[in-house]
Design a protein around this ligand. Sequence first.
Ligand SMILES: *[C@@H]1O[C@H](CO)[C@@H](O)[C@H](O)[C@H]1NC(C)=O
Ligand SMILES: *[C@@H]1O[C@H](CO)[C@@H](O)[C@H](O)[C@H]1NC(C)=O
Ligand SMILES: *[C@@H]1O[C@H](CO)[C@@H](O)[C@H](O)[C@H]1NC(C)=O
Length: 809
Amino acid sequence: MTTAKLQFAYTRGADTIIAVRMRLLDAKESVIFFMLILAQVFEYSRTCKCDQNYFCNCSSNQLQQVPKVPANALGLDLSFNQIMSIDINDLSPYIALKTLNLHKNKLGFIHKEAFKSQRNLKVLDLSLNNLKKLFSSWFHELKSLQQLNLVGNPYSTLGPASIFQSLINLRTLRFGSPSLRKVHKNGLEGLTHLEEMTFIGSNLRSYESGSLKAARPIGLVSLSLQNLFQNDPELVSTVLQDVSHPETLLTIKDITLRTSTSIEPFKASRQGGTKSLRFENSSTSDEAFTSLLKVMDGSHLSYFGLKDVHLVGDGWWQNASYTHYEDLHTAYICNLDIQGFFRFSSMTQLGFLLMHLHKVSVINSTVFVIPRETTFLLKKLEYLDLSQNLLSDLTIEPTLFTGFGAYQNLNTLNVSQNVLKSLGLMSRLATNLKRLIYLDLSHNSFVSMPEKCSWPATLRFLNLSSTKLRKMTACLPSTLTVLDLSENDLMVFNQRFPQLTTLILTGNRFMKLPQGELLPGLHTLLIQRNALRMFNGSSLRRFQNLQDLEAGNNNFVCSCEFVSFFNQEVGHFITLRDGRCNYVCDTPFTLRGYAIESVRLSVFECYMIPAVSVLCSVIIIVLGLIVVTCHKLHVVWYLQMTKAWIQAKRKPAVGRLSEELRYDAFVSYSQHDAEWVEEILVPELESAQPSFALCLHKRDFRPGRWIVDNIIDSIEKSHRTLFVLSEHFVTSEWCRYELDFSHFRIVDEHNDSAVLVLLEPIKKETIPKRFCKLRKIMNSRTYLEWPEDEEKRGEFWSNLRAALQRDEC
Ligand SMILES: *[C@@H]1O[C@H](CO)[C@@H](O)[C@H](O)[C@H]1NC(C)=O
Ligand SMILES: *[C@@H]1O[C@H](CO)[C@@H](O)[C@H](O)[C@H]1NC(C)=O
Ligand SMILES: *[C@@H]1O[C@H](CO)[C@@H](O)[C@H](O)[C@H]1NC(C)=O
C-alpha cells in the first residue's frame, strides 16, 4: 500500500505532497521512506530506458500516468500503455521535448494547457486513443510542431471552429477515424506549410465542400474512405475535388473497386488535374480498372502506382485501348497479387499504356517473364525495377530481349532478389543495353564469376551484394564508379578499378584492406563485419583519395601498435564514418568486447613478448641456480637421509636380542674395494673357527626393496657394522647412507657397533666436511689398519675377530 501511495507521489511529480508527508513522518519512518524513494528511482529506471540522446522509451509498460523522466529528455515514447489522462503538470518539466508518442493509450482527457511548455515539440502522436473531442487550446503553444497524428480517436466532427490554426509549422497531419461523421468547412485553416495529409473517414456522413482544401497544394494526400466510394460517390467526389491538384500525389487507400459506380468520383480528380495517382491496400477488378482508365482518359496522369493491391481478373483491359495517356511516365507496382496470375501473361493489349512509360517498377509481384511481344513496346524505358520476382536464367533472356529497339534508353536495371544463377549470362545480356549505367543484381545466387565478361561501356554502378560469390575474377567491369560486393564470401580483392569512388565490401571475409594501388580514385570504403585484424598508416597511405572508411565490427587484434594508431593517428588519414564505438577488440581475450577507443594498454602489455621472455628466462635461471645449489649442498642426499632416519626412528625400539641378530656384521664397503672384501675378508672370517656370519649387500640384500630399507634392515639384524674405509669409501654415495645410519645408532644407543677398517691411510682432510661424524668416529675410536706387511696380517685378523666377537651374556 505504501508503494502505491508513493507511486502516486512520485509519478504525479507533486513535490508538495512529498514535502507535506516528510513533515509528518518520524525518524524511523523517514528511513523507510527514503528507501522507498530509492526503490521508486529504481522503478522508473526499469520502466523507462533513456539513451545517450536523451530519448526515453517507456513503451508497453502498462503505465497509467505520465512517468517521471529526466527533465532534459528530448524524446518520450509512452506508446502502448494505459494512460487515461494528461494533467496540467504532467509534462510541464519537459521543456526540451521534441518527440512525444502517446500512440495506443486510453487517453480520454487532456488538460487544456497540458502541452503549454512544449514549445520545442516537433512530433506529437495521439493516435488510437479515446479522445472524443478536440480542442484548439491544446495546440496553442506548439509553434514548432511539424507532425501531428490524431488518427483513430472517437471524435465525430472536425470544426466548425478551426482547430489547427496555431500550428504554423505543421508539415504532416494525420486525422480521422471510422467515428468521424462530419467535417466542417475550413478544417485545415491556418495550416500554411502542410506537405502531407492522411485522412480517414470511412463513415463520413457530411462533408462541407472546401474543408480539406489547403492554402496551397499538399504534396502527399492519402485518403482512406473505404466503402464510401461505393455508398456515397458524391461525397467522395467533393472530397476529391478539394484534394486533387497537379502537384499532389493522391493515394487512395483501403478500398474495393469492383464496379464502375465506385469509379465515378475520379472524374473530380481528373478535373483537379491529378498527375500522380496511387492505390494502396486495395482490391480491384478488370472491369473497374478499365473504367478507371476511361474516366481518366486524356488526363495528364504521369505517375500511376499500385501497392498491396489484389487484382481479380486476367488483365483484360482492351476496352480501354483507345484511351490516351501520352504523359504516363512512371508505373510503380509493388506487392501486386493477381488472382490466377499465370493467365496474366501477355500485356500486349496494354501497348497503349506501355509505350509511353519511362519508368517501370514491378516489385514483388510474381513476375517470371516479360514476353518478347511486350518488350519491344518498351522503347522509351529508362528505368526498370523487377526486383523481388521470379526471373530465372531461362526467363531473363526473353525479358531483356533488345530486338526492335527495346530498352535502347534503359539506364537503370534492377533484378535484385530474383533466382538468377549465371553472372556470365547477365553480363552478356547487359552488353546489349547500350546505355545502362546502374545494374542491381543483388540477392541472386551466382556463387561464381566467369573469368571473362563483357559489359556495356556506360556501366558505372554494379550491385552484387548477397550473391554468394566466393572469388573475384577479372569479370567485373573496370569502368565502375560504385561497386557493391557486400554480404558475400570474398577473401581476396585483386582487380584494378581506376574510376571507382565507392567500394562496399561489408560482410565478407577479408582479413586486410584491399591494396590502395588498385583503387586510386576511391573515396569511400565500407568493410564492416569482415575479419580485419588491423589497419595502419602505411596501408591507408596507399589509397590516394580515400576519405571515408567504415570498418567497424571486425576481428581487431588490439596490439599496442594498432591501439595507439587508432586512438592517435587514424583521424589524419580518414574519417571513420561508422562511429568509433563500433571498433571493438577481438583479441587479446582480456580485451574482447572493449571499444578500442577506451583501451589503455600498460607498458607490460605493450611489450608482452619481451616481458614474458624475460620473465621465463629469469624463472629458468632461478630454477637452474636452485638445482645447482641443491646439487652442491647435497640437499637430495640430506633429504633422503632424513627420510631414512625418520623411518628408522619410527620402528619400535626393540631390544637387540641376540636371537634377532642374524649376522655378526654388516660389511659396508665401496665397490672399489669389493675385491679385497670378497676375496680376502669374507673367506677369512667365514672360514674362521667359530665362523662369522657376514651380511654383504651383493649377496644378502633382498631384491626389489629400496636400497636404504635394505641397509637399515641389514644393520638392524647385524651385531656390528664393519666399515671398510678407503679413499673410495668416502666418495661412494652408497656408503654414505650406511655410515650415517650407523651414526644414528652410535649416537642414539651409545654402543660401539661400528668397527672401522682402514684399507689405506686416509688423510683426515680428504674426508668431506659433511662426514663430520666419520671424522669424529675416527678420532674417538681406534681403528684397524690393513697392514702392507704380510707378517702383521695375522695380528690384524685376530684383532678383527676380537672386535666382531659377540659378548657372551
Ligand atoms: C486494408 O484495408 C482494409 C479495408 O479494406 C482494412 O480493414 C485494413 O485495416 C487495411 N490494412 C492496412 C494495413 O491498412
Ligand atoms: C533494387 O531493388 C531492391 C529491392 O527492391 C532495392 O532495395 C534497391 O534499392 C533497388 N536498387 C536500386 C538501384 O534502385
Ligand atoms: C545493393 O543492394 C543491397 C540489397 O538490395 C542494398 O541493401 C544496398 O543498399 C545496395 N547498394 C547500393 C550501393 O545501393
